[in-house]
Design a protein around this ligand. Structure first.
Ligand code: G3H
Ligand code: 13P
Ligand code: ZN
Length: 307
């Protein structure tokens, strides 16, 4: 069935695993992810961005997720990723999503609170849970100075006030991760001291880690070996994700690693089979690559197998 994150987060908060939240854009991606989660008997969040809604159309995504539930019997949370205003959150609630994110992180504190409260009020009235964000995820990060960190990373005291005043169900925080394939120019590092303080201040609030792809060299190299050009890509080391899950991180957002796995496979297939032009021939292996990546994440990184 379509479920909210309530039960999975309650469990994740008490133990050391985290729930994977994977971005979906088409049928093959959805099928690869749910096959992996079904085999691992793991809790699952499928998330849809505004870009995904535009690309695939809301009705297709909803029906594909319903089909995935029908096919696997899995409990799945369907979540809006980075909703930027009340309207898109309302649309997704009305469409039957079980969770929405209102990302007011670009707004000043008070405006973020006002916007988040508005979404919480509407969503909760419809049985839907809400994720909000406090603090800003940076771009390529290196040598960030302490005062810069204070300005962009999530402040623990503010986090406590924010959760108290908004009644939000989970909170995305900024501790050094960023979106995309270029997260660090130097050595990767996350502010674990800050994470621990935040978790101490709001121990009952499930925390969310965005920008949590690892950008595994194997897949970057494979893309590059078959005609791609993504030099210098770097992500969050896997052991840091596993560690974060022990300190309140209950939801881990992963998109880039799926994109890399899928693209590497398509590039390889097309280069090795120049006379093929049946899309199933390369989208099939691409789907398998998504499945293998998600299975690896669930089992070895998020420790969510059997949860
Ligand atoms: O947070 C960003 C996600 O990776 C979704 O990306 O907006 O290109 O669909 P997108
Ligand atoms: P990555 O780009 O690290 O996969 O992060 C995805 C994300 O945070 C989606 O909200
Ligand atoms: Zn994100």
């Amino acid at each position: 069935a379509l479920v909210t994150t309530k039960e999975m987060f309650e469990k994740a908060l008490k133990s050391d695993f985290a729930v994977g939240a994977f971005n979906v854009n088409n049928m093959e991606i959805i099928q690869g992810i749910v096959e992996a989660a079904a085999e691992e008997k793991a809790p699952l969040i499928l998330q849809v961005s505004a870009g995904a809604r535009k690309y695939a159309k809301p009705a297709y995504l909803m029906k594909l997720v319903e089909a995935a539930i029908l096919d696997t019997g899995l409990d799945i949370c369907l979540h809006l990723d980075h909703g930027e205003d009340f309207e898109i959150c309302k649309k997704c609630v009305d469409d039957g999503f079980t969770s929405v994110m209102i990302d007011g992180s670009k707004h000043p504190f008070e405006e973020n609170i006002r916007l988040t409260k508005e979404v919480v009020e509407y969503a909760h009235a419809h049985g839907v849970v809400v994720e909000a964000e406090l603090g800003k995820l940076a771009g390529v990060e290196d040598n960030i100075k302490v005062d810069q960190k204070a300005a962009t990373y999530t402040d623990p005291e503010e986090a406590a006030e924010f959760v108290e005043r908004t009644g939000v169900d989970s909170l995305a925080i900024a501790i050094g991760t960023s979106h995309g394939a270029y997260k660090f120019s130097g050595d990767p590092s996350l502010d674990f001291e800050r994470l621990k303080k935040i978790h101490e201040m709001i121990p009952n609030t499930p925390l969310v880690l965005h920008g949590a792809s690892t950008v595994l060299p194997e897949f970057v190299d494979k893309c590059n070996a078959y005609g791609g050009s993504i030099p210098g890509a770097k992500g969050v080391p896997e052991d840091m994700i596993t560690e974060a899950a022990k300190h309140g991180i209950c939801k881990v957002n992963i998109d880039t690693d799926l994109r890399l796995a899928m693209t590497a496979e398509v590039r390889k297939y097309l280069q090795e089979n120049p006379s093929d032009f049946d899309p199933r021939k390369y989208l099939g292996p691409a789907r398998d690559a998504i499945k293998a990546m998600v299975q690896h994440k669930i089992k070895n990184v998020l420790k969510a197998s059997g949860q």
